[in-house]
Design a protein around this ligand. Structure first.
Ligand SMILES: Cc1ncc(COP(=O)(O)O)c(C=O)c1O
Length: 487
């Protein structure tokens, strides 16, 4: 048990916050072995008292260390030092994990819950693929409370309204007005089960045979939805800046719609410039091409101020804005939203389509989410996960910088993944294979492209793996790149 023999010194005059000092010192103690695997640490109340700090300082530090994988918090019993923390570089041997698939799959292995459950790499690969958010080891207290209250509602004889529970739509509209600058009303919001559901509604509303321009490289799930619904997908080459309006304007036949990820191009990770945004919206207003904005991870901006959504520039009905709580909170929730203002030519078709298909999110989830938004719980949760992501992002930068590889990284200003340019002589496919054999799953940028790419790069997701496992995964990536450079 951590006691007076483990000295923690907090400097109240330091620029580093008390919680950050506590995190750093506890992490050092664990890595040095002063605190051993499985050892119970004091309750937050006891440690706060002995250090003379507010309990919230210790709670925050424990939460962060839990998220990083150093502590194993258990409901109703003492928090312990997590098992399986290997301080030194530990190249992970092993055969390729069964789930490894050169093509991006929709069905992915469950991310590890805590390192204490880590087994062999073959059974429990370190998943550094894109699109998986951080999952806290414990259900967040405020979310648990919101769910408990929602669960007390009597079961009803009727399904929830097809466009979504009014209170949730109200909260989503409020959130979008405040943090994304989108001038929308509650009536403009349709609750969805996430981005794919929203894109399906858009596809059905556009009608089979409609032509939609997409970003290349881009989000493969989106193209799959469009094709399934009978749309004609026309990929346009993009760089970090995203879709260039001139390229869209130069298409021989005007497309009915264009899908863009302006706040964080997927997968390259840059963002669309302010002049390009204005030009895109003007082009859309002039030509009647509908802009479909996938605003999938705009909450997680790490460097530079976030720009408002493209929908904020909408002169009237040319942008459909899509957001997802599946990244913000959890993909296990299945909840997102779509916003089309009543001036939009597609608005009525979207609401009709949603009404025909019916609601896709259970009432209890919608009620809990409405309460979670209204209490500020979601805002606090996002602030907490942003801290987690920034820590992981800093770790990634530090590891690559230590090996002179930082200048190969890009796309790190926002979101939950980075792009690593590979050295000549190492193709993306070779890197993926070499890493699979070390028990680490990554993707290549080429996997998100419809045409062959000359540049070989990896997309490295840092959201889901605990910091300890991320560190191991990154060391494996560095080894593989180092071996290629040494050849
Ligand atoms: C570009 C992009 N859009 C949206 C999403 C979220 O999709 P959904 O809400 O269907 O889970 C992701 C998740 O990986 C993504 O990468």
């Amino acid at each position: 048990m951590l006691d007076a023999s483990i000295w923690i010194g907090l400097d109240r005059g330091s620029e580093e916050s008390l919680a950050a000092q506590l995190v750093r010192q506890l992490r050092d103690r664990i890595l040095s072995g002063d605190l051993r695997e499985g050892e119970a640490i004091p309750s937050s109340r006891a440690l706060a008292e002995s250090l003379g700090v507010a309990r919230s300082v210790v709670v925050r530090a424990y939460e962060q260390l839990g998220g990083e994988g150093y502590l194993d918090p258990r409901l109703g019993s003492a928090t312990r030092v997590a098992a399986g923390i290997v301080p030194a570089a530990a190249p992970v041997p092993a055969s390729a994990p069964e789930s490894a698939n050169p093509v991006r799959e929709r069905v992915r292995p469950e991310p590890p819950v805590a390192p204490s459950r880590a087994t062999t790499p073959a059974e429990d690969p370190i998943d550094l693929r894109t699109g998986h958010p951080y999952a806290p080891p414990l259900v967040p207290e405020e979310w648990r409370r919101a769910l408990a209250v929602a669960a007390r509602d009597p079961l009803r004889s009727y399904a929830p309204p097809p466009l979504g529970e009014w209170r949730l739509r109200e909260q989503i509209a409020l959130h979008l007005r405040r943090s994304r600058g989108v001038a929308c009303t509650t009536e403009d919001v349709i609750v969805t089960s996430g981005t794919s559901d929203a894109l399906l509604l858009v596809s059905l509303a556009l009608g089979a045979g409609a032509r939609i321009a997409t970003e290349d490289p881009g989000y493969p799930e989106a193209s799959a939805v469009f094709e399934t619904a009978g749309l004609r997908v026309e990929p346009l080459p993009v760089g970090e800046r995203g879709l260039l309006p001139d390229l869209l304007g130069a298409m021989r036949t005007r497309p009915d719609a264009a899908l863009v990820t302006p706040s964080h191009q997927f997968p390259l990770g840059g963002r669309m410039t302010a002049p390009d945004r204005t030009a895109l919206v003007s082009l859309a207003a002039r030509t009647g091409t509908l802009i479909v904005e996938d605003d999938y991870d705009s909450e997680f901006r790490h460097l530079g101020a976030a720009l408002p959504a493209i929908a904020a520039l909408d002169p009237g009905g040319v942008v459909v804005h899509i957001g997802s709580l599946n990244k913000t909170l959890s993909p296990s929730l299945r909840c997102g939203y779509l916003v089309a203002t009543s001036g939009s030519p597609i608005h009525d078709r979207l609401t009709r389509t949603r009404t025909v298909l019916g609601p896709t999110v259970p009432l209890v989830t919608q009620s809990a989410l409405a309460a979670f938004f209204a209490s500020g719980g979601l805002r606090r949760y996002v602030a907490r996960t942003r801290r987690e992501y920034r820590h992981r992002r800093a770790l990634l930068l530090e590891r690559f910088a230590e090996h002179g590889l930082a200048d190969r990284l890009s796309g790190l200003d926002g979101g939950l993944h980075a792009v690593l340019r590979l050295p000549s002589g190492l193709s993306g496919a070779e890197a993926v294979e070499a890493l699979e054999s070390r028990g680490v799953l990554v993707e290549t940028v080429a996997q998100f492209s419809s045409r062959p790419r000359a540049d070989d790069a990896l997309a490295i997701g840092y959201g889901a793996a605990t910091a300890v496992r991320l560190d191991r995964g990154l060391r494996a990536v560095i080894e593989v790149v180092g071996e290629a450079r040494g050849r």
